[in-house]
Design a protein around this ligand. Structure first.
Ligand code: SF4
Length: 247
């Protein structure tokens, strides 16, 4: 029994290593897409990124961080004005309240600095484990947990790294499987993989670097190569159009 458990453990360690190797080959320079110049800016950008694309958040924060360069400016600005400034990111009332609340707490409880522990970060309004993990991993290089967003969740389930359905449980499964020094890079790579290859609909399995270890029911076959007849079709249509013009 013990032997069987050990064999299974080694098997899943080997499989995880193959997945990490594949991700390293495909996404060697994975970086967070949210533009920021400090832990505080990253915190604000991550709060704004809920239900919004990184591109849109970056467009908004370009002006936002000039208008509100410090926690003080966010904490003391009129809430209605802040709401309008973050409006394009959606859910703007909640997000403005969270940003202002988090800025005030940072000033009052943490001497104006973004705290560096999970326990403290999740006390900030609008900050749950996912946001805290983003800040800890990217701003402070601390792998207290694993960022689990919708892409990481989908990729982890398809690759059988977790069978869980909630981000909290998926994170716990990943923490058991991933070496500590790979927790930050794995999330960044899995986000890129989920966005570009292992997409929710029609994943591009024929270009997937970890296809050989994936048994997901969502796997898609490679698209058929374009047939020569089809490739010629537009040409012959153009020819006959020309012919018609000449006639
Ligand atoms: S083989 Fe397909 S479903 Fe499996 S991880 Fe790769 S892209 Fe996703």
């Amino acid at each position: 029994m013990v032997e069987k458990c050990q064999r299974r453990k080694h098997g899943s360690e080997r499989r995880t290593a193959v997945i990490l190797d594949g991700f390293d080959r495909q996404w060697p320079e994975a970086k967070i897409a949210l533009t920021h110049h400090s832990a505080f800016e990253l915190l604000i950008a991550t709060i704004l990124s809920a239900q919004c694309t990184d591109e849109r958040v970056n467009l908004v924060t370009k002006d936002l961080f000039q208008k509100y360069p410090t926690p003080e400016t966010f904490a003391t600005s009129p809430l209605r004005e802040l709401e309008q400034d973050v409006r394009p990111t959606g859910f703007f009332r909640n997000k403005a309240r969270s940003i202002q609340g988090a800025s005030r707490m940072i000033l009052e409880r943490f001497n104006g600095r973004v705290p560096e522990t999970m326990e403290e970060l999740i006390q900030l309004p609008g900050v749950a484990r996912k946001t805290a993990n983003v800040v800890l991993g990217t701003a402070f290089g601390k792998a207290e947990g694993v960022v689990v967003d919708t892409h990481v969740a989908r990729v982890s389930r398809r690759l059988a790294l977790s069978k869980a359905t909630t981000p909290e449980k998926i994170e716990q499964d990943l923490m058991k499987l991933l070496p500590e020094d790979r927790r930050i890079s794995f999330s960044l790579q899995a986000i890129l993989h989920g966005r570009n290859v292992c997409r929710a609909r029609k994943p591009l399995c024929h270009i997937c670097p970890v296809e050989r270890v994936c048994d997901s029911k969502d796997k898609m076959p490679a698209p058929p190569p374009a047939s020569p007849a089809k490739a010629d079709a537009p040409k012959s249509r153009r020819r006959s159009d020309n012919e018609r013009k000449q006639s």
